[in-house]
Design a binder for this molecule. Structure first.
Ligand code: RP5
Length: 165
């Protein structure tokens, strides 16, 4: 079972790499593609209709501005599609966010925050972990590390306060 990470432009690569890095940490298999919905719709269609054949189970779609890429992908597959809105110069990514999150009823895109490639990868891993106990264990370690990091912050704060007093 693989995750397809699709970005609309090479200018989205930083967010794509964030997602890929996290997937790698969890040992999740993935493919990465740049395919634009408005510049190369026939290539996109060809790629999407072969998801099942290529063992793709979850899609992360990254796009900015009039960010129709995740919605168009969702129209061509029954795999869950996680949309990542990209920050823009004009509206700070609100344009991308609304284009992705406001899909009309019946063709949903599970949307994460602006530039949140890492969160998209975590959700993709959580979906695959429903049928993979080893991956579930890795996600549990990730969750415990989050708790540890907050404990470390508390200790750091206490140290700083001691120095101030
Ligand atoms: C979308 O338009 C891409 O996802 C990108 O975020 C945005 C700008 O694309 P470029 O003009 O940088 O190629 O298709």
């Amino acid at each position: 079972m693989k995750v397809a990470v699709i970005m609309g432009s090479i200018s989205d690569e930083k967010i794509g790499f964030d997602a890929v890095k996290k997937l790698k940490e969890f040992g999740v298999e993935y493919e990465v593609r740049v395919i634009s919905a408005h510049r190369a719709h026939s290539i996109l269609e060809k790629y999407c209709i072969n998801f099942e054949k290529n063992d793709i189970s979850v899609v992360i779609a990254i796009a900015g501005k009039a960010a129709h890429l995740p919605g168009v992908i969702a129209s061509m597959t029954s795999c869950p599609v996680i949309g990542v809105p990209v920050k823009t110069d004009m509206m700070g990514g609100l344009d991308s966010l609304l284009s992705i999150v406001q899909m009309p009823t019946g063709v949903p895109v599970a949307t994460v925050g602006v530039n949140a490639g890492v969160n998209a990868a975590i959700i993709a891993a959580q979906i695959l972990a429903l049928k993979d106990n080893k991956l579930k264990e890795k996600l549990e370690i990730h969750r415990i590390n989050n708790v540890k990091s907050v404990n470390d912050m508390q200790l750091e704060l206490e140290k700083k306060l001691e120095g101030e007093m």
